[in-house]
Design a protein around this ligand. Sequence first.
Ligand SMILES: Nc1ncnc2c1ncn2[C@@H]1O[C@H](COP(=O)(O)OP(=O)(O)OP(=O)(O)O)[C@@H](O)[C@H]1O
Length: 568
Amino acid sequence: MRPVMEPGPDPLGQDGMSMRDMGLAQISSHVMEELRDSVGSDTELLQVLLHAPWLQALLKVYDCLQRYLSSSAMVCLSCVLPYPSQEAAELHNLLTKPHLQALLSVHDVVGLKDYEPVLPPLPETLPVDGEAMRIICLVKNNQPLGATIRRDERTGEIYVARVIHGGLADRSGLLYAGDRLVEVNGHAVFGLEPEQIIHILVQSQGAVTFKVVPIADRPVNTQSMLYVRALVHYNPWQDPAIPCAHAGLAFRKGDLLEIVDQTDALWWQARKLPCSATCAGLVPSANLLKRKQREFWWSQPKSHTCSQAPGFQRSLRLCRRRGAQGRGLFGSACGQGSFYNTLAGPYEEVVLYQRPPEDRHRLIALLGPSGVGVNELRRRLIEISPQTYQGATPHTTRTPRGHELPGREYHFVSRDQFKNMLYSNRFLEYGEYRRHLYGTTVEAVKAVLASGKICVIDIEPYAIESVRTRELRAYIIYIKPPPLDQLKQTRTNSQLITGSYTSQLYKDEDFQKIVEAGRWMEQQYRQFFDCIIVNGGLQASCVRLLMAVRRAQEEPHWVPASWIRPTP
Ligand SMILES: Nc1ncnc2c1ncn2[C@@H]1O[C@H](COP(=O)(O)OP(=O)(O)OP(=O)(O)O)[C@@H](O)[C@H]1O
């Protein structure tokens, strides 16, 4: 408690002597009186002693303390500081204000009070077989509860099936998967259908009260965080099997998901990256989604022919890499590899990877519908800095032309040699044009990378699987056609290379085919695109490509975990 301070000057005695000095004089004369009687002639010595400055000072201090104990703070202030500073005076002034005094007094009163809850005494007799229950009150505030329930068909009991990460129930820290629900807002739930309970919950606004029997052994979540890239689309509203569509998380091919809970074998909990939502959503587990895919696949009519995508007529880029002109059907796309079909798995585990500066560069693979400008952009990029960027030298079975040097334009090999290479899976992609074989080998790409340059190639979609490997670590850039009118507008004077060694102006149907082929390609393969560049204006597209290639080498990106994990 603080002493109440009262202002007041140090009062003076009648003859100008202060009260303090009067007090001291009184003490010394009392002592002298006492000593005179008992000591007699030695009074002189005592007088000297009593008038000694140190004793006088000591007595003054004593006097001050006495006055402090019995008097106001102002008296004390003036005792200690005969001439208080401006700050001290101001502080004193503030402290003596009635409202501050009141505040301090309230503080002291509150501080002394005992606020512990007074619990009712325990009943004399407690039931021996009684269950420990927890009563939980959550305030909904228009947000979902963030928990799902299930009914045990055998016993009719209702259980909390799962608590959604980051949801209201999870944030409360009071409700757990496995807790047995006894009452909701005073309604006993035993025997009710989950839908009836959900109805009660939907009806209740504001506070919702649950009475639960807590799960005995709550499992501890020891799983580490898992990051995956979705290789399929998923829409909870089109999935009748999902326990609660509201709690579902929709995703598209290529979306990055952070799997926060895999406790349930069928339904995982995930957040989409980059993450803004605090609350996770339900997604099918990898096994469940695989099962769904298989069922869907078997339910589809099968065709045994190799179908080309609409407008997906390939130019043979390989055969005109070094300026040779030609356009024809790219061979053998059908039947090559599995082109990462969806049966390969619905999720691909990924990790964030940043290429260490001392490591080889990542391969840059460009892809896009024929005629969109893939080759043009690749060529321009290499022209900007041939010391930095380089294409891979392809193999061919045709004979060299006048200006061509083996190993510069092409590696010239016999048909048998080419086929041997093909059988030993050395080609990333290959094709036949005018009875000659052309192909790019993994070694040709690795040779460029080993020289310290950035290897830039253009590929057909089926080659995606061959370049997305631990050793090439391809960064895939999709060259996307702009909207039809912009495509027409930007290509008015451009020459489309035709199959007969000639070039001609784009026709309306060419534009249409490019847009359709682009749409199809994106629909099929977007999950593997690390970057998308819309090739509208050529200049702007070149700049974007240059920046994307730099980013690929210098910034962290999500890559398949299998590229980084040590091989067993
Ligand atoms: N952004 C653009 N604006 C205008 N013209 C372009 C643009 N991009 C490419 N072109 C022109 O379009 C024509 C076709 O480009 P390119 O040969 O690079 O196509 P491609 O995608 O490689 O297709 P293909 O494999 O069939 O040759 C070329 O004449 C090129 O100069």
